[in-house]
Ligand binder design. Structure first.
Ligand code: ATP
Ligand code: MG
Length: 653
């Protein structure tokens, strides 16, 4: 955006609704407003205090070594074992009978795993890894469905100091191969398959194809999940043969606070995925603290469910490491939300009495589209807090979520963070913040974020620009795996000395932060930088719109013109075809945001192109809007979506 204009983002959306914390929650909240003051008075002291939530085998000498920026070292000299902190210490504290995971498979099979059982399973898996020749510092690729063996494998790696690289089970053989190769993984842990959309979905053939050309791989460890026939190779070993017979005891060794815990590739929404490296002590400190603070977790009574896939960072930090470090009871669900019917998630919430629920705007908008009556069929009264992550949440989606899932009484926390940040950075605190629909609000205690203009100067309240992080944080990425130069160039070069997140943001009149999407997606219309997010949110605020994606298409008059793709809501489908509806929506946007934001063209479509993590891929829609051939679709969740949209466009001409 900087090349296009010196102007910062226009700030169009006005949102006046406020939702103060429920009194009861505020009174007993884990974190109060005092935390902001404490952290701003002594940021490193604050993080040192949070690190005390963990058990260290050796105390650190220095909280932060920032002598060679942007290469940070946190809790220098300290040693700890992540798996011990997530599992064993809870058992030693007498909590072995507490449920760590209520696991539910898509076909309806279930397994309840207590902390004591998790300890035994992780010990066996750790012993098996050692037997397979995996040593501290080796990399292990994990390509599994959402079954208990996935967190167990991650914890087993962490226990012995092997660095895991979890690859989302929906990725192709080629995507898996490049990730295995990049990390030079010695072992791949996979399954015959998992269940998706009511049927077995094979994984092993993808691994077989990938490891044909990955010389670093010595063994493939296979979990039997679906029981379907798979090819057997010499390198294959079976979980039931190798893991099950191991001893249930494994003595965890401490690892350095900066020991590499895992590599995780970004979702690839904007370009070639980056292998983000996270380490041990700082990562666990911040994931544990933020899970405690943002979700107000009361481990004795709460049942927590994060619906993400563990293959994304959200699953790493808020299904595995944060919740387990805090001794939480979580739900782990294998399948899709509409199998066998569209109320599956709400049944799960009712069945386990889920109190804290964390999902993504893409899911919320899908539920809006399916209709209000579906969640209404389940008893969701156990819920006391809702969270959102992954994309900006449109104000209307926020309000729908609060009303229809949270019965109009639960706070909604919109959490901004990235694979790179490792943990939540900007979010309301549920017992403190009066929530604004669509705003991530304030940096958490201990985090220093700002919105700056092209020159790196902070924008005043009411202004928009680039989101930056001004001080290092404990769970920050340490580098891009094997590519320090790319790390420096991608994140630390746009503005000297600060981390550039790649996202646009605005500060409202109260100084609160609103995310406006990626800077690559910002449109330049008649000299104004306009956020795709704001136009999308205006469209979603129309009662007949469920979801929308907006792009800037080259226009001879305005530079770029706004083109909107719109999915109608619920049963609205039939009534909304035609020019009248498009005109109505165009006027609606002009009315909400001003005439400058009025779309040139509106296309009614059945679906939008999304990545496998559920984010809208606007660059493909730009291809449609500019009448080009469609670009690379390999990271799309469903590649047929683009055909549907292109047909729609052809028939409209
Ligand atoms: P790539 O970097 O490969 O393009 P990605 O950015 O989609 O992939 P993630 O790390 O999973 O990979 O996503 C982080 C991004 O998601 C953020 O930079 C931001 O654009 C968006 N995001 C996440 N949470 C929020 C939120 N609460 N509000 C607004 N945007 C969010
Ligand atoms: Mg990114």
């Amino acid at each position: 955006m900087s090349e296009k204009s010196q102007e910062t983002l226009s700030n169009l959306l006005k949102e006046a609704r406020r939702f103060p914390p429920p009194a009861e929650l505020a009174e007993s909240a884990n974190v109060t407003a005092a935390a902001y003051e404490q952290a701003s008075a002594d940021r490193l002291g604050f993080w040192a205090e949070q690190a005390e939530r963990l058990e260290w085998s050796k105390p650190w000498d220095e909280v932060l070594d920032w002598s060679d920026p942007p290469f940070a070292k946190w809790f220098v000299g300290g040693e700890l074992n992540v798996a011990y902190n997530c599992v064993d210490r809870h058992v030693e504290a007498g909590l072995g009978a507490r449920v760590a995971y209520h696991w539910e498979g898509e076909p309806g099979d279930t397994r309840t795993i207590t902390y004591a059982e998790l300890q035994r399973e992780v010990a066996k898996a750790a012993n098996a890894l050692v037997e397979l020749g995996v040593e501290k510092g080796d990399r292990v690729a994990i390509y599994l469905p959402m079954i208990p063996e996935l967190p167990i494998s991650m914890l087993a790696c962490a226990r012995i100091g092997a660095t895991h690289s979890v690859v989302f089970g929906g990725f192709s053989a080629e995507a898996l191969r490049t990730r295995i190769d990049d990390a030079q993984a010695k072992l791949v842990i996979t399954a015959d398959g998992g269940y998706r959309r009511g049927k077995p979905s094979a994984l092993k053939p993808t691994v077989d194809a990938a490891v044909e050309r990955t010389p670093s791989v010595e063994h493939v460890l296979v979990v039997r999940r679906t029981g379907e026939d798979v090819a057997r190779h010499d390198r294959d070993v079976w979980w039931e043969d190798v893991v099950e017979r191991q001893s249930e005891e494994h003595a965890a060794q401490p690892h350095d606070a900066e020991h590499p815990l895992y590599i995780l590739y970004t979702s690839g929404t904007t370009g070639k995925p980056k292998g983000i490296l996270h380490t041990t002590g700082g990562y666990l400190t911040q994931t544990a603290y933020t899970h405690h603070a943002v979700f107000d977790l009361k481990p004795e009574t709460d049942v927590y469910w994060c619906s993400a896939d563990i293959g994304w960072v959200t699953g790493h930090s808020y299904i595995v490491y944060g919740p387990l470090a805090n001794g939480a009871t979580s739900v782990l669900y294998e399948g899709t939300p509409d199998t066998p019917h569209q109320g599956r998630w709400w049944e799960i919430i009712e069945r386990y009495g889920v109190t804290l629920f964390y999902t993504a705007p893409t899911a919320i908008r899908t539920f809006m589209k399916w209709g209000d009556d579906i969640p209404a069929r389940s008893d969701l009264s156990s819920l006391r807090l809702l969270g959102s992550v992954g994309e900006p949440i449109n104000p209307e989606a926020y309000v729908w979520y609060r009303e229809h899932i949270g019965a109009g009484r639960t706070p909604v926390v919109d959490t901004w963070w990235q694979t790179e940040t490792g943990a939540i950075m900007i979010s309301p605190l549920p017992g403190v913040t009066a929530g604004k629909p669509g705003a991530a609000m304030k940096p958490l205690p201990g985090i220093v974020a700002d919105v700056v203009d092209d020159q790196g100067a902070p924008v005043p309240n009411g202004g928009g620009g680039f989101l930056v992080l001004k001080e290092p944080w404990p769970s920050m990425l340490r580098t891009v795996w094997g590519d320090d130069e790319r790390f420096v160039k991608t994140y630390w070069s746009r503005f000297p000395g600060v981390y550039f997140a790649g996202d646009g943001a605005k500060r409202d009149e109260d100084g609160d932060i609103w995310l406006l999407g990626r800077v690559d997606d910002v449109m330049l219309v008649s000299g104004h930088n306009i956020s795709t997010t704001e136009v999308e949110s205006a469209l979603v605020s129309h009662p007949k719109v469920a979801e929308s994606a907006v792009v800037g298409a080259t226009d001879p008059v305005t530079g770029q013109a706004i083109v909107a793709f719109v999915i109608p809501r619920g049963s609205a489908g039939e009534e909304v075809e035609g020019d009248d509806f498009a005109a109505e929506l165009r006027n609606h946007v002009a009315h909400s945001l001003g005439p400058i934001a009025k779309p040139r063209q509106i296309m009614i479509v059945p679906e939008l192109p999304k990545t496998r993590s559920g984010k809208i891929m606007r660059r493909l829609l730009r291809d449609v809007a500019e009448n080009r051939g469609i670009g690379d679709v390999t990271t799309l969740a469903d590649s047929t979506v683009m055909d549907l949209i292109s047909q729609k466009q052809a028939s409209a001409k």
